[in-house]
Design a protein around this ligand. Structure first.
Ligand SMILES: [Zn+2]
Length: 202
């Protein structure tokens, strides 16, 4: 039988501890919202929320460029667009800390190196798991691929719903926001841009 003694010995559930000050802050927020943080259903909520936020913001613990460090230079003469689309992601807006839920399409035109296709999604998640605005998220993903794969072109399109707009404020469910960043030949050459956007479905 494996020993229960270890880093989690103070917490039999094996979950990472949440500092008191963080839990206090969440209790304050619950009170501010109008509820009683001491009622039974809310007793474990501060710790749960604290752990959830660590998970939402896991991107702060990594440099997304790490996912582009292993490249394949044997591309068999392939010099057409590589596209990953309908990549689901979740982020949080930095203005309201509310969910941003959407999908992304990421394309590049390789020169002499490509990456495993799942790596593009990992770069997206690395930047999405932070407090963001959609415009910066789009730009950061494109720039990271541009800098580390040195492709002839990069295009990133993100289509997302912002809970701060659908669940509060003007309350307009169904409205999505689309942002794009095109670089290199996708920016300078009209036909290349049209081709990639068409492949993406835009
Ligand atoms: Zn917002």
């Amino acid at each position: 039988m494996s020993s229960l003694v270890g880093p989690d010995e103070d917490d039999p559930r094996g979950k990472p501890p949440v500092p008191d000050e963080v839990q206090d802050a969440i209790r304050t927020l619950i009170r501010w919202a109008g509820d009683d943080p001491e009622r039974e259903g809310l007793l474990d909520t501060p710790a749960r929320v604290g752990r959830a936020w660590k998970e939402y913001c896991l991107g702060y613990t990594e440099d997304p460029a790490i996912h582009l460090s292993r490249v394949f230079e044997e591309v068999g003469g392939y010099d057409e667009i590589v596209l990953l689309k309908d990549i689901p992601f979740q982020s949080h807006c930095e203005h309201h800390m509310a969910p941003i839920i959407g999908k992304a399409a990421i394309a590049y035109l390789p020169t002499n190196r490509v990456v495993g296709i799942s790596k593009l999604a990992r770069v997206l998640h690395g930047y999405a798991r932070r407090l963001q605005i959609q415009e910066r998220l789009t730009a950061e993903v494109a720039q990271c691929i541009w800098d580390h794969l040195e492709p002839r072109g990069v295009a990133v399109v993100i289509d997302a719903n912002h809970s701060c707009m659908t669940a509060r404020g003007v309350r307009t469910p169904g409205v999505s926001m689309v942002t794009s960043r095109v670089m290199g030949i996708f920016r300078s050459d009209h036909r290349s841009r049209e081709e990639v956007l068409k492949l993406m479905g835009y």
